[in-house]
Design a protein around this ligand. Structure first.
Ligand code: AVI
Length: 318
């Protein structure tokens, strides 16, 4: 059913119209994550090519005790918590060390929050969970009342923000944190292009299905009538930008209907629509960049190949 009158559908249609009328064409990556997109992303994280999740999990296994000791007892606030599968390692370290612990997951998916709250309450009786339903920004005004806290931003999700979005994000983080707070950041590091390219082009085709899902979602929610068979997934690491760029390439002419706006946009065969970027980082550059926002790196945890890193940050004390 097309809910063309709903505010969300109009907002989605407007965002799609703005991006698809731009050159180069693009779509906002937040629309990749409806229930189906989140399911497909989970499949990506399980592929042998997508090293990010398993490397981060292994790093968390090794370092959560040290992190809990460095931060002291604190409320755990997680941006984009999802199923909080990885976070359980952190929760377990804090509850073991400090007993009663508060966990505040922030997520755009109300279903994911409800499910996570239910699952964690059963497993950790010493944990109190209070979910915040909304985008990351909705958590910032709440942070002063939750201090002392550790703000968790895992999975290298920071890499999906463009430079302008990232600058705004870090300014907001710095304003919201007090000097007794910490932040734990997971980031994917610059490495050989072939390894990165494989991670975003898995052989089983989950990455391609994930990219196409944003167009499937447009068909479902905006009545777009896009031929999904006429779309190819293209993802490649651009070393000069230190980022993966992910596109949908039209293999035939497509008439994209945006029913809530009563508008149609034509995409020609061969045209590309950017659906996502995924930034990779050099550790020294990243620490220097964060320093410009008044955030100091207390500790950096990396794997033996220096493929991925967890940075424990805190506001500068001066
Ligand atoms: C969620 N995010 C960190 C993923 C990434 O690696 O940038 C999204 C993704 N897109 C395609 N594959 C993975």
């Amino acid at each position: 059913m097309i809910s063309s009158s709903s505010t969300e559908a109009r907002e989605f249609a407007r965002a799609a119209a703005l991006g698809l009328s731009d050159h180069p064409r693009w779509l906002p990556c937040r629309y990749l994550y409806d229930a189906e997109g989140s399911r497909l992303f989970e499949r990506i994280t399980e592929t042998p090519e997508y090293y990010l999740t398993r490397t981060e999990v292994a790093l968390l296994d090794k370092s959560t005790d040290a992190i809990a000791e460095l931060t002291g007892d604190a409320t755990l606030v997680e941006l984009g918590a999802g199923s909080a599968r990885k976070t359980e390692r952190i929760i377990s370290a804090y509850t073991q060390r400090y007993g009663a612990t508060r966990y505040v997951p922030v997520d755009v998916s109300g279903e994911a929050l409800a499910e996570t709250t239910r699952a964690l309450a059963g497993r950790y009786p010493a944990l109190s969970v209070r979910g915040v339903h909304g985008p990351y920004e909705s958590a910032f005004p709440l942070l002063p009342s939750l201090s002392p806290l550790v703000l968790l931003f895992l999975g290298s999700t920071i890499g999906n923000l463009n430079q302008t979005e990232a600058d705004v994000f870090w300014s907001n983080v710095r304003c919201a944190l007090s000097t007794s707070d910490f932040m734990l950041l997971g980031v994917d590091l610059v490495k050989d292009a072939a390894t990165i390219d494989r991670a975003y082009n898995d052989a089983a085709g989950w990455s391609a299905a994930f990219t196409k899902n944003i167009f499937a979602r447009m068909n479902r929610e905006l009545g777009s009538g896009i031929d999904l068979g006429g779309i190819d997934h293209e993802a490649a690491y651009r070393p000069e930008w230190q980022r993966v760029e992910i596109f949908a390439r039209m293999t035939r002419r497509q008439e994209v209907r945006l029913a809530p706006l009563d508008r149609t946009i034509m995409l020609e065969a061969g045209e590309r629509v950017m659906t996502e970027i995924s930034r990779k980082y050099e550790l020294t550059e990243l620490r220097d960049y964060l320093h410009l926002f008044g955030l100091e790196t207390v500790e950096t945890f990396t794997d033996a190949d220096r493929s991925y890193a967890l940075l424990l940050l805190r506001p500068g004390q001066s």
